[in-house]
Design a protein around this ligand. Structure first.
Ligand SMILES: Cc1ncc(COP(=O)(O)O)c(C=O)c1O
Length: 375
């Protein structure tokens, strides 16, 4: 099936060659319907809606995401964003022992790295990229030793779209007794992920990019066997055993993923998120990855034809859903493309990032090439 047949479910594609799904996925019409459903429930059921599904959304929506990332039911809690997800994970730890290192790279999403610097007792070891785009697996693995308590990794590194060998890194971390926090925001929805098979301890992501779920729907995965042994300091009332009992509140955390939930859920955001998940499940991540590799391959050919330096790895196994080009005056170039309704991302001092998704077609790529020649 030609996946571009899904185009008519994404209104922004009527006019634009929308090539920026690594930043903000296109809105499916289903998201609009979900928002209408939310306002109808609010209008007609009022507070009654809490008992008719709203209260359960942090976990029920997490369960809708779970098959996309190879997670079992009850292992994902929806939270406002990745920052909160990662902060909840970090708040499970105090690192005053010999193993007090948190290993990450200078290509992790920057603010996420800083969260770990604030964990009591933690010493953050940063593995530096020699070229600003890649981290050789051997280099990363060599930085993990008996002093490591946690290894915090991105699956696909922003902004080069380099795919880390997370399996090898997780194996090494577990060999020395460290836990792994995996950021899959740049891969979930465009690359197959199996969190159980990878044996990731924690994973974090959002819904706005390849999952086409819109804003305000971050998520945290915690390996099922680990859940009972962790007590996050970032604690919220929905995770309490009796959240509505003012006398016993704050007595004890619920079992399972509820203890990792933040406060009142952002129900409208979770409704639009599940619209995105449904369409990604319907299309299938394996088919999306196939098409994505074909399109990113074509983008690389376009760059080669125009003689533009490439920042993304040519090896398909090391390439995520985005292709980054080192162009000077990136913002000016992106603005010129926007004038032609070709939408890409300008990354200051790096270049432009182009992220095609399953709903794009060859004509979008041709429009990109034409506009880039004129920019
Ligand atoms: C890989 C990655 N991790 C984390 C973040 C931060 O996410 P949030 O703004 O939801 O906290 C981003 C933001 O784009 C990201 O690309």
């Amino acid at each position: 099936m030609d996946l571009a047949s899904y185009r008519n479910r994404f209104p922004v594609l009527e006019k634009a060659a929308y090539l920026v799904s690594h930043s903000l996925g296109a809105m499916p019409l289903d998201a609009k319907e979900e928002l209408e459903l939310y306002t109808t429930e609010w209008a007609t059921r009022g507070v009654g809606a809490w008992n008719e599904g709203w209260w359960d959304t942090p976990l029920s929506v997490g369960d809708e995401l779970a098959p996309i990332v190879g997670a079992p039911p009850g292992s994902i809690a929806m939270v406002p964003n990745v920052t909160v997800a990662e902060s909840i994970a970090a708040s499970c730890f105090t690192l005053h022992g010999v193993a007090n290192r948190v290993v990450c790279t200078d290509l992790n999403f920057p603010s996420v790295r800083r969260i770990w610097e604030r964990v009591p007792g933690a010493k953050v070891t940063t593995v530096r990229s020699w070229d600003g785009t890649t981290i050789p697996t051997e280099t990363f693995v060599a930085a993990i030793d008996q002093r490591s308590a946690l290894v915090v990794i991105g699956h696909v590194l922003f902004p080069s779209s380099y795919v880390q060998d997370v399996k090898a890194i997780i194996e090494r971390a577990h060999d020395v007794g460290a836990m792994v926090v995996l950021d899959v925001y740049q891969s979930a929805g465009v690359m197959p992920i199996d969190l159980v098979e990878l044996e990731a301890d924690f994973a974090v992501g959002g819904s706005a990019k390849w999952l086409c779920g819109g804003l305000g729907a971050g998520w945290l995965y915690v390996r099922k066997e680990l859940q009972p042994s962790l007590e996050p300091r970032l604690v919220a009332w929905p995770g309490d055993r009796s959240p509505f009992d003012v006398h016993t509140q704050n007595a004890a955390s619920q079992d399972g993923m509820w203890r990792f939930v933040s406060g009142t859920p952002n129900v409208p955001a979770l409704y639009t998120a599940r619209a995105g998940y449904r369409i990604i499940r319907e299309v299938g991540v394996a088919a999306i990855r196939d098409k994505s590799l074909r399109m990113t391959g074509k983008l690389i050919e376009i760059g080669d034809r125009l003689g533009i330096p490439l920042l993304t790895n040519r090896d398909p196994n090391r390439r995520g859903g985005t292709v980054a080009f080192a162009v000077e005056g990136a913002q000016r170039v992106a603005d010129r493309l926007t004038e032609q309704h070709v939408i890409v991302e300008a990354v200051p001092e790096v270049g432009i990032s182009v992220g095609p998704h399953f709903y794009n077609n060859d004509e979008d790529l041709a429009r990109f090439e034409k506009a880039l020649r004129l920019a």
